[in-house]
Write a protein that binds this ligand. Structure first.
Ligand SMILES: Cc1cc2nc3c(=O)[nH]c(=O)nc-3n(C[C@H](O)[C@H](O)[C@H](O)COP(=O)(O)OP(=O)(O)OC[C@H]3O[C@@H](n4cnc5c(N)ncnc54)[C@H](O)[C@@H]3O)c2cc1C
Length: 407
């Protein structure tokens, strides 16, 4: 629920046309679009700049999303440094099968670690476009979001004082654990949730990649994934029970499982290294509908979480941010509210499409180890179809690469 305005005695209120809560890819992209149009905004972030510039997460960015960043002057460094991915490999029943999606569609994935993108976006927003950003804020609260005069308050890390910022609009871009989604008026949001019933042990290894492409291993012991994160760092995933303790996964056990689950005839041996990140993600997703409440607009993981099954979360965050940034500019500079009115529906079409694809792919990944012979048989049938039907392969490629857009 939105909280009442802070009591008297706080610092004098400030005013910005837009307050953006959260400096992830969504919030920083919105901020950059606003600044490029000369609209003032304030970005509030609970972490430090150093922390968000180093936080490793996603890496796969779809071509249309890079195009959207490029059109907004936000992809110069990315286009210089990103790698391109053109195929992926599925390993199952002791064999490896490559799916050359660029051959099938003419399109590819960009690979650029999320922390590099965040670094570029912060620099452009704060250092080049002169945007205001406050790091390390505490106890962020929203007030009056359904009124014409919403505001956001936070505790300043230096003074310990609560500051109030009034705004025309609030962009809730504070990710899955933020406060903006929790500020929705009770009973006004439908939150659809899906629990995949499995965990993934997310690992970062200080080791060069063991393949020149993304590898998915479907094995009776569980799913395993391999994704390069640079010449010296590789991300691996291991399916595990939800809520498992990462301490149950010492170095030797991790590498033994990865070797077993990613094994295939002719596959090169895994290049092992020190594990520098090890945490368990419970695979679930949610979608908030609608994504707008009065003058509060949710974007990215604040509005919808996609388990990292199909590498869609960052892409959805960027899609929302393009639409929200452009819509706010149209409203604030031309008085045209049409894009903001259609914002939620326009985002949700892609969100549901990507959620459905993730659900489909999750069954391919996890069916084999489900302990249910029917699910295992159906998962194998899906895999065989991918490599026997050109139409099925082309459809997978289309969906894995994401829907083309003009955004
Ligand atoms: C291990 C892992 C791997 C992933 N791999 C992929 C992938 O390959 N491809 C892909 O597309 N997606 C992937 N994702 C998902 C992707 O990282 C997210 O979807 C993406 O970060 C969403 O961006 P966002 O800006 O919405 O939220 P975030 O990146 O979460 O940014 C939100 C920001 O808000 C800040 N914040 C939180 N609370 C508050 C508050 N109260 N006040 C102010 N600020 C606050 C946070 O510190 C953060 O900086 C992965 C995620 C994980 C965890």
């Amino acid at each position: 629920m939105p909280t009442p305005s802070p009591h008297a005695g706080s610092a004098a209120p400030q005013r910005f046309p837009v307050v953006v809560v959260g400096a992830g890819p969504a919030g920083l992209t919105v901020g950059n679009i606003l600044r490029a149009a000369g609209v003032d905004c304030l970005v509030l972030e609970t972490e430090t700049r150093e922390f968000i510039e180093r936080r490793p997460r996603a890496g796969v960015i779809e071509e249309w999303a890079v195009g959207g960043l490029e059109r907004r002057g936000l992809a110069r460094t990315l286009l210089r440094r990103a790698q391109t991915h053109t195929e992926c490999e599925f390993r199952f029943a002791g064999e490896g099968y490559r799916l050359a999606y660029t051959e099938l569609t003419g399109r590819h994935h960009f690979f650029y670690p999320q922390q590099f993108l965040v670094t570029d976006l912060v620099r452009e927003y704060a250092d080049v476009r002169g945007g205001e950003i406050r790091f390390g804020v505490r106890e962020v609260r929203l007030h009056g979001t359904e009124s014409d005069r919403p505001s956001v308050s936070y505790v300043c890390p230096e003074s310990g004082e609560r500051h109030l910022v009034e705004a025309d609009f609030v962009a809730g871009c504070d990710g899955a654990r933020g406060v903006t989604r929790a500020s929705l008026p009770a009973g006004r949001a439908r939150i659809a949730r899906h629990d995949y019933g499995v965990g993934w042990l997310a690992l970062l290894a200080e080791a060069p990649p063991s393949s020149d492409c993304v590898v998915f291993g479907m094995h009776p012991r569980g799913f395993a994934g391999h994704m390069a994160r640079g010449p010296e760092v590789t991300r691996y995933y291991l399916q595990c029970p939800p809520g498992d303790d990462p301490e149950n996964w010492p170095h030797e056990r991790v590498w033994a499982e990865l070797r077993a689950r990613l094994d295939a005839k002719g596959a090169p041996p895994l290049r092992e290294g020190r594990l520098i990140e090890k945490r368990v993600l419970d695979m679930h997703g949610y979608v908030v509908e609608p994504m707008t409440f009065g003058r509060l607009f949710l974007a990215g993981d604040a509005a919808h979480l996609t388990a990292p099954i199909a590498a869609k979360g960052l892409n959805l965050a960027l899609h929302d941010a393009f639409l929200l940034g452009d819509g706010l500019v149209a409203s604030l500079t031309q008085g045209d509210d049409s894009a903001l009115s259609g914002y939620s529906a326009a985002c949700l079409a892609r969100v549901w499409d990507y959620q459905e694809f993730s659900q489909w792919l999750a069954e391919v990944y996890h069916g084999t180890a489900s302990g249910d012979a029917f699910r295992a048989g159906a998962a194998l049938a899906r895999l065989r179809r991918l490599f026997s039907s050109p139409v099925a392969a082309a459809e997978f490629a289309e969906r894995y690469l994401g829907v083309r857009t003009t955004g």
